[in-house]
Design a protein around this ligand. Structure first.
Ligand code: ARG
Length: 460
């Protein structure tokens, strides 16, 4: 086709080359941002008298019409116009005529694309923070609804100690809070306005970059034109935060998948989040959680994609940078869906109270409590550990109950034992006896739930 920006060429580009290089199929997502950035630019051009106020107003009115069309979903993207900038420019000419050609004064697609992605990221990552807050809220609601439930906890996926289910859920909330902080931190660096850097060196025209920054609501203006058109660090940072978030999602998913097995039988995942098997009529598979666990691979791949894409790229702009967008868009879109799905899943998640009772009375869960009983009576830690280790070997491993031991039998292990040690062999006592900050003690856990409910003042 004939080239939009191609007067220096004597022939049109190869069709295959066009198909290979055009980005409109995906950068159409940037339409509204391109329009908004262009309105700010046109306004500035008028203010600085680089174009007349009348021309500026004409550009803005045409751009607003395009913005409306995009918002209403009736903007016809021209797949033969290579990218979003060309599409908008072309449409503007259709609407306001040749004056449209003045819009691209004192800017290049190199700084324009940098602006468009930053605007996209500012909106989308702010939205993701909000979605994460909603997920936190739904987890807190689930924790509060089940605040008396005790579950086994694991290290090495081997039975370790009992904890409150709410305590486990609060761990998820902490993880998500760090995710929000990381995204916010990335947002602080995304929030810098690059337009006016032009191709790479700035312009001899008397533009006012700070005006554009303020008009668009940026808190900073980038300070080096070379860096402005080359920098994609902010995308790498932002989607690296999404990779960590995805890693958290995959760990939540794995916990819940295990807990929903017949063997564990701690929870019931709502049927709306499960599917059946095509051959085994009894199956209720936790597909959504499995797919969330699986999609995390895609988030990592997207991060790796942009890291490799930018490695060794010479300054300044190179067309390779066009390829930052599919992985960015994919990470953002997948993250939004997964966050919303998990929010729904926790809202409908049920605990199998009766079944849990069959698990939490296993005496192995209380060996640390018994060991600490001895320590409190002055027995050195090493000896206390050995003593309880022997009780495990000679009783628990042989299916004998510690609770059934007589005082005499107990004192054969250690003279410091009294009948009252048996009170410790109880899940409710076990959690109540914890007193360290951040532990599973019910009072502390309830205080944490209260704190988070106040902090997460969001509606789901
Ligand atoms: N579609 C390009 C991108 O996404 C826009 C910038 C193109 N600039 C250029 N000089 N070819 O990076």
């Amino acid at each position: 086709m004939s080239k939009f920006w191609g007067s220096r060429f004597e022939k049109s580009t190869d069709k295959l080359a066009d198909n290979f290089s055009f980005s409109i199929s995906y950068d159409c997502r940037l339409g509204l941002y391109d329009v908004i950035g262009s309105i700010a630019h046109a306004k500035m051009l008028g203010e600085k008298k680089i174009i007349s106020k009348k021309e500026s107003a004409q550009l803005i009115s045409g751009l607003k019409k395009i913005g409306k069309k995009i918002e209403n979903g009736n903007f016809q993207y021209d797949v033969n116009a290579e990218d979003i900038h060309t599409n908008i420019q072309q449409e503007l000419k259709q609407i306001i005529g040749p004056i449209a050609d003045k819009l691209h004064t004192a800017r290049s697609r190199n700084d324009l694309i940098a602006l468009d992605i930053r605007l996209y990221c500012l909106i989308e990552f702010t939205l993701i923070i909000d979605l994460i807050a909603k997920l936190q809220k739904s987890i807190i609601d689930f924790a509060e609804k089940n605040k008396d439930i005790i579950i086994p906890a694991y290290t090495h996926l081997q039975s370790a100690q009992v904890v409150l289910l709410a305590h486990h859920m609060l761990a998820y909330v902490e993880m998500l809070e760090r995710d929000k902080e990381r995204i916010q931190d990335a947002l602080n660096r995304i929030d810098a306005m690059p337009l006016g850097s032009c191709a790479l060196s700035g312009t001899s025209l008397p533009i006012d970059r700070s005006f554009v920054s303020k008009y668009l609501g940026f808190s900073k203006t980038t300070q080096n034109s070379i860096d402005s058109v080359s920098d994609r660090d902010f995308i790498i940072e932002a989607i690296s935060s999404l990779s960590i978030l995805g890693m958290h999602f995959s760990r939540f998913s794995e916990d819940l998948i295990i807990w929903a097995t017949k063997e564990f039988n701690f929870i019931d995942i709502d049927s709306s989040m499960c599917t059946g098997s095509s051959i085994m009529p009894h199956k209720k598979n936790p597909d959504i959680l499995e797919l969330i666990r699986g999609e995390t691979a895609g988030l990592y791949a997207n991060l790796n994609n942009i890291l490799v894409l930018t490695k060794g790229l010479p300054l300044t702009y190179n067309r390779d940078l066009q390829l930052d967008k599919p992985p960015l868009f994919n990470s953002v879109e997948k993250t939004k869906i997964m966050t919303a799905l998990l929010t729904k899943l926790f809202r409908t998640l049920k605990v199998k109270k009766e079944s849990l009772k069959n698990h939490i009375y296993d005496e192995c869960f209380f060996t640390v409590d018994i060991m600490e009983y001895l320590i409190k009576k002055g027995v050195p830690y090493r000896l206390a550990h050995d003593t309880v280790g022997k009780m495990v070997r000679t009783c628990l491993d042989k299916g004998k109950s510690l609770k059934a031991l007589s005082l005499d039998e107990l004192q054969k292990y250690n003279k410091k034992f009294n009948e009252d040690v048996k009170e410790l062999i109880d899940p409710y006592q076990s959690v109540k006896n914890k007193q360290s900050l951040g532990s599973t003690n019910p009072k502390m856990v309830n205080a944490q739930i209260k704190k988070w409910k106040k902090v997460l003042n969001v509606r789901i």
